[in-house]
Design a protein around this ligand. Structure first.
Ligand code: COI
Length: 385
């Protein structure tokens, strides 16, 4: 029987006919990395880590363009240092910048693993294509992450809820102010130990339903992990914080009715016996945690639907007493329960102030798989060589 390999727009490196980015060199899949270590490496500091403040001793870096030619070259792991950029570098002016966020864990068996790195590599590839950057071949992305994580293994925290956060990033480095794709890029990976993303930890957060600003419009950058998307989200989030909310609920840009994302996370709502998440139609980030949550719910036999849902439907479910829980999902927080949705005419309370049943269960299940405290029947974990 012949099987046809279908690649959905969210599944991996995309249709090359739509690509205007420079051509990718994929010939050198193995990554022979030049390693220069610091003389006295440190290790994970004791105490509270927070998120995104503590970084390790080294960074991975490689370049595209310039004297090394139009291919990825000079992969290296070097002591942590500042990046040196021309003030005219394209990233500083036209925001040609993409990133990923994934995590490494020390398993219950002592082994070092990352979670679904191939999904992050594939999304990074698509983000690069979307803003005309030279994609990093997925096998090189994974090899770079593996090598850096292995070198920094003394930094992988073991406390419950903690992990080594990995931030692969690509920026346009060419010094040129003409508006076109740059001709030089740097891909780098930094890592740092983290614990809970939100100060509230796993406590339910209050979310403001944003009616004025939008995160992404059809045809825009919404499904790519570009720095520009996050810049666009800041002002609404700041307004929400001033009103006492942790983040905003984003509605669609056209009708301002359909729920899209919550803060920097994908959105899930449980109404009656159905769990609903908005479909990936271009304006929503295809979250790796989102994908994992859908699989876990379907494994449990829960009716898990990817469909558009309006904010009015959610209000109506609340009025009818069928709104059971709302939660966000993302790599950083894993699952974050929502305790209230804020509107100009007041808050809509969700549940009893405690994390909802599915939010708790799904959070614990993903964390357990990541550490292999429960069997990884989906093949999501990757052993770091
Ligand atoms: C995630 O949780 O996946 C995110 O993207 C949040 C990160 C930007 C801090």
């Amino acid at each position: 029987m012949q099987t046809e390999a279908t690649t959905s727009r969210h599944d991996g490196p995309a249709d090359s006919s739509r690509r205007s980015a420079p051509r990718v060199e994929t010939a050198d899949a193995s990554l022979s990395v030049d390693v220069k270590l610091v003389p006295s490496p440190r290790g994970c500091p004791p105490g509270k880590l927070g998120f995104g403040r503590v970084f390790t001793d080294h960074i991975f870096q490689m370049d595209w363009g310039g004297e090394g030619g139009q291919k990825w070259h000079a992969p290296r792991i070097v002591p942590w240092s500042q990046l040196s950029l021309e003030p005219s570098a394209a990233v500083l002016h036209y925001a040609q910048s993409i990133f990923e966020g994934l995590k490494a864990f020390r398993g219950a068996d002592g082994k070092l693993r990352t979670f679904r790195p191939e999904r992050h590599a594939a999304r990074f590839y698509r983000s690069a294509e979307r803003i005309c950057m030279p994609p990093v071949p997925p096998e090189q992305f994974i090899a770079a992450v593996d090598k850096l994580v292995r070198i920094e293994e003394a930094w992988v925290p073991t406390a419950p809820g903690a992990s080594l956060y990995i931030r692969p990033t690509m920026i346009a480095t060419e010094g040129f102010l003409g508006v076109r794709p740059a001709q030089a890029y740097t891909f780098f990976v930094i890592v740092g130990p983290v614990d809970a993303y939100y100060a509230e930890g796993f406590g339910p957060v209050r979310i403001w339903v944003e009616q004025t600003q939008v995160r992404a419009a059809p045809g825009g950058l919404g499904e790519a992990k570009t720095g520009a998307n996050y810049a666009a989200s800041l002002q609404a989030a700041e307004f929400a914080k001033k009103k006492g909310y942790a983040q905003v609920l984003w509605l669609d840009a056209v009708e301002r009715r359909y729920v899209e994302e919550v803060g920097t996370m994908n959105f899930f709502v449980r109404i009656g016996d159905e769990v609903i998440t908005p479909p990936l139609e271009g304006t929503i980030l295809p979250g790796v945690t989102r994908e994992s949550i859908i699989a876990l719910l379907r494994e449990r036999g829960v009716t898990m639907t990817e469909r558009r849902i309006t904010i009015d439907e959610i209000r109506a479910a609340h009025a009818a007493g069928t709104l059971r829980e709302v939660f966000g999902t993302g790599t950083a927080a894993v699952v974050s329960p929502v305790g209230a949705l804020g509107f100009a005419d007041g808050d809509l309370q969700i549940g009893d102030g405690q994390p909802g049943e599915f939010a708790r269960l799904l959070h614990d299940e993903i964390v357990a798989i990541q550490r292999l405290e429960t069997p990884d029947r989906f093949g999501w974990t990757h052993d770091v060589p």
